[in-house]
Design a protein around this ligand. Structure first.
Ligand code: GFB
Length: 328
């Protein structure tokens, strides 16, 4: 048990490493990184469930699970996620699954009576398409959303509001973190439904392996994106669990952005593909730019550590060792 003093009846998160922590979504990009970090820090009682063991879209199952486990902390990293194509092709799945998962987990976390803190994870796509850059937390709900992912964005905005409402009405210490575009090990490398960075790793790798002359990249190449390695996000999640109890959500970004063209050139170089890039302008660009203003969390003392090139080299290695070898 962590240290409890008379002045502070509750230990901080990092001083409470034997308390039970439920990581929802531990097989995904974010949840797996948070789990790795918690275990590395010496947390002794981390509870996880696979999708087959617990379907988080089923309210009664989630209530029964949390009532039985009674965790002290919850990290809500479970979500239905995907890239620009998946978001625009499966809008019903994205809005329904995300609303169900987050509503069930936040509500059951309150009802089970044991949860001292919950952290909900969203996304930079909650902000208006043409928000002033860099985007501050205050830009939320100040303009229309990017149409390719508005269904997912509306669900994530509802999650922020759910945390705020439960804090105001019930005193639940529920906080929200909004990461920028993430990448790293355990990402989804699906050819169509993934995000741009894993999609390009797969496409360049397969083109190199088959000696293909060219690789197709979607859109114009001009949109700007900010990328953050998921291990940096996991550090931020632990930091916020320990340090932050505010009503407002918190942006988590790297502060550096690249055009999709620059990203494609970088992935090409890291993978070692020698051919040409061809741009498919029939595919959408999505939002032109979404650079987060992360001065709030940086002002509290968190900083990203992993540069894009370094993270890309490591992620490509992970892809070759885990995804490529599994598919053989
Ligand atoms: O990563 P991505 O799907 O996410 O696309 P968003 C980023 C940019 O990369 C877009 C281009 O301009 C795409 O057109 N792109 C180029 C590609 N080639 C590819 C490719 O092969 N696959 C993909 N996926 N893109 C997502 C949202 O938006 O961002 C989600 O849809 C979520 O809801 C996530 O918020 C963080 O940055 O456009």
């Amino acid at each position: 048990m962590g240290t409890v003093t008379a002045a502070d009846p509750h230990p901080s998160f990092l001083a409470d490493k034997d308390a039970k922590v439920f990581v929802a979504g531990h097989r995904g990009l974010v949840g797996s990184a948070v789990l790795r970090r918690l275990l590395a820090l010496g947390f002794t009682s981390v509870v996880v469930r696979t999708h087959a063991e617990l379907d988080l879209t089923r309210q009664a199952d989630v209530e029964a699970f949390l009532a039985a486990e009674r965790p002290r902390y919850v990290v809500l990293a479970a979500a239905k996620v995907g890239g620009i194509h998946a978001n625009s092709t499966f809008p019903a799945d994205f809005i329904a699954a995300n609303l169900q998962i987050q509503t069930n987990v936040v509500d059951a976390a309150l009802r089970c009576g044991s949860v001292r803190k919950l952290l909900f994870l969203g996304s930079s796509c909650i902000y208006p398409k043409f928000a002033p850059q860099p985007i501050t937390e205050g830009a939320l709900l100040s303009g229309p959303l990017e149409p390719t992912n508005e269904w997912y964005a509306v669900a994530k905005i509802a999650g922020i509001k759910m945390c705020q409402a439960y804090r105001i009405q019930h005193g639940l210490d529920a906080v929200s973190a909004m990461p920028t575009n993430l990448y790293g090990p355990h990402d989804n490398f699906h050819p169509e439904n993934s995000h741009v960075l894993p999609a390009l790793i797969r496409r360049f790798h397969e083109a190199k392996a088959t000696n293909a002359p060219e690789v197709v990249v979607w859109g114009s190449g001009s949109p700007l994106r900010e990328f953050l390695h998921v291990d940096d996000l996991a550090d931020a999640v632990i930091f916020l669990m320990d340090q932050y109890s505010g009503l407002e959500h918190v942006n988590v970004g790297s502060g550096s952005e690249v055009t999709i063209k620059e990203l494609a050139e970088l992935v090409k170089e890291v993978v070692g593909f020698q051919g040409k890039l061809v741009w498919d302008s029939s595919k959408p660009d999505g939002t032109p730019r979404k650079l987060m203003d992360s001065s709030k969390i940086q002002g509290m003392g968190w900083k990203p550590k992993i540069a894009l090139k370094e993270g890309l080299v490591e992620t490509y290695k992970w892809y070759v060792e885990n995804v490529v070898s599994d598919e053989k």
